[in-house]
Design a protein. Structure first.
Length: 159
């Protein structure tokens, strides 16, 4: 989101959405399939600015931090709304002016159709549905982290 004049900056606003798409895809192949269908020349994708794909093309690995991001070729999106940290919905018309317009990559600039490629931090993924099953993503907490949390969490007040 843009920060200039944005009253929601730093307020923990989240956008909840359901995405349908393909994981394990190869971006340049997807772009070239579209180019071929449109009768346009084959092209080579440029190096991604911050990460490289793993060998199975499932995750983009951040070059500096090593953090994995689930890579997806997005087919369609259902937006459920924008919410504050308390779960209160914020009207979309209040948020939309601060969301920058997306532009096509230079690799696809002359194509009529577009490959929409997105990378998602796994902390933002709640579940994955594949092959007729829904897989809930859970945070793995080590015993050491659990003990530290007990120390940091105040005991409940009893009367």
């Amino acid at each position: 989101m843009t920060k200039t004049g944005n009253p929601y900056v730093g307020k923990g606003i989240v956008k909840r959405e359901t995405l349908n798409g393909t994981i394990g895809y190869i971006y340049s192949n997807a772009v070239n399939r579209i180019a071929d269908k449109e009768g346009k020349e084959t092209r080579e994708a440029k190096l991604h600015p911050w990460g490289d794909m793993d060998e199975k093309h499932l995750f983009r690995i951040h070059r500096r931090t090593g953090k994995p991001y689930l890579s997806m070729q997005v087919k369609n999106v259902t937006v459920h709304g924008f919410f504050d940290p308390n779960g209160n919905e914020i009207p979309a018309e209040n948020i939309r002016p601060f969301i920058p317009k997306k532009s096509k990559s230079s690799t696809q600039s002359d194509l009529d159709k577009e490959v929409i490629a997105r990378d998602y931090g796994m902390e933002n993924v709640r579940s994955i549905k594949a092959f007729g099953h829904t897989y809930q993503i859970v945070e793995v907490v080590t015993e050491q982290e659990r003990e530290r949390t007990k120390i940091l969490t105040p005991a409940p007040v009893t009367n």
